[in-house]
Design a protein around this ligand. Sequence first.
Ligand code: M6R
Length: 592
Amino acid sequence: MCGIVGCILKDEKAAPVLLDCVKKLEYRGYDSIGIATSSSKINIKKEKGKISEAEKKVGLSDLPGNMGIAHVRWATHGIPTRKNAHPHTDCTEKIAVVHNGIIENYNELKHQLIEEGHIFKSDTDTEVIPHLIEKYMSNGMDLESSVRNSLDQIHGSYALAVISTDEPEKIVGVRKESPLIVGKGEGKYFLASDVPAILKHTDNVIYLEDGEMVILDKSGVTVKNMLGEIIEKEIHIIEWTPDMAEKGGFDHFMIKEIHEQPGAVRDTLLESQDIEKIVSEFGDIERICFVACGTSYHASLIGKYLFESLMGLPTDVILASEFKYSAKAMNDKTLVIFISQSGETADTLKALRMAKKTSETLVVVNVLGSTATREAKHVIYTRAGPEIGVAATKTYVSQLTCIYILAAHMSNRLDLVDDLHKVPQYMSDVLANEEHIHNIAKKYKDVPDFFFIGRGLSYPTALEGALKLKEITYIHGEGYAAGELKHGPLALIDDGVPVVAVVPPGNSHDKTLSNVEEVRARGAHVISVGSQDDEILKSESHDLMGMDGEIDEIMSPISYIVPLQLFAYYISVEKGIDPDKPKNLAKCVTVE
Ligand code: M6R
């Protein structure tokens, strides 16, 4: 969470470029925005709120100087206000810092610095950093060594960018457990939390590892370790184009990304051969354990149903934040599969570091070069392209595609890979009919509570549908295994309570239908997702989101999620909410 950028340009003013770059990181946090440039002094503009609002209020790009740093915040310490917005400065206002991460021992450091006479202006953990650097620089140390010495005292996670008027043509960046990449353009140099921020300026990227420091100046980029020794780093050429991170005529990134899903599944299918090779490298596996958070957790639940039903292989799914309580149950016969869109989720990375001590690890990830890809033994890439909307959509269906391919190769059911090729068309059919779902969304936009139900492979779909609704509409949506309702939640079903039922044709169909009848009998409004040819379901439903009747239950999760994504999206739009930037959330959660 939080996005940081830094740049050094030849003759151009830095502030407009920084502003443009940091806009591409707004998915990481939008509580406040701030920019600092260095000319003869540190010039700062910062404001609470989203970039567009702040820009109107304080005109962010109007700053002198051709180098600087910028930040978008997802608040951890200190409420979202102007005073807590980054960049933060020292007492002399000669040093400015932007930070993504958490300083765990900031209280202790702050008290110590206050006793030494430092004056703090914010409630953030970050502000201890410029004051520590100030302390070392005032003792005659240069910027680079001062940053290094300051970090020796800090416990926690960070990606930092630091500037100082005492060394006016330099930016020092450093990372530990928060992402930081470096961009090497023609006479212009960047650092950023993520690639889309700098793609317009360069596709030459260096991925920093934990404990690496980068020094940007007019002559180029130098990477060093924490002992100050120079390290040679590989330059990666990024294949994503700047257009891929633009809205391309759609109102929001989310709806663009929903529409990109057939292509994302098709592109991910190209990974089939690589996945087959990875499968051939697995050791002796007796148990699979998926580890993930949020939407990636729901993709993992589908994996459990597939692995258990196709291979009878015991499969567990553990929330990454809970993994440490199960870590002792892993051994060298367990394959631990991490699912993560970003590859930077702190909970997932912590679990990965624990699991690799005992077990074979595999990550399924969307972001090239992300931390998870460098920590796990095996890596599978989902080919969704950059996902900017905070709510995961196309990365989810790409994760599912990878999991299906993996299960197909591991169980020798290659017919499933053939069937996957039909899925993009099923999705396109739903998208062609999105106005129907928009109309259903209009009917239910003011309802306060929803239930989502499904059985077997449709249960994770119900959970994911409920999560999408919560995230972007702020409406309470609860996902349940359809058979579980009668064990308690049925007490909440009353006249007009909407129940979204996921009912594909197949094994679970009749039993789910019985559960639909149970809620109808208690007055529920049933919105179902099922075959457009299913006359019984139609008669039991107030509204039907119809799917192609050919879709088998086993293939249903990848396309059946599309109407539920659209449903949440259109309710969000009807309520006047920005679905790309829901309140309190950020795309990539780099704190535990
Ligand atoms: O990048 P990851 O897949 O590891 O992220 C995990 C969750 O934070 C993420 O899926 C989150 O739940 C999304 N907002 C879902 O839309």
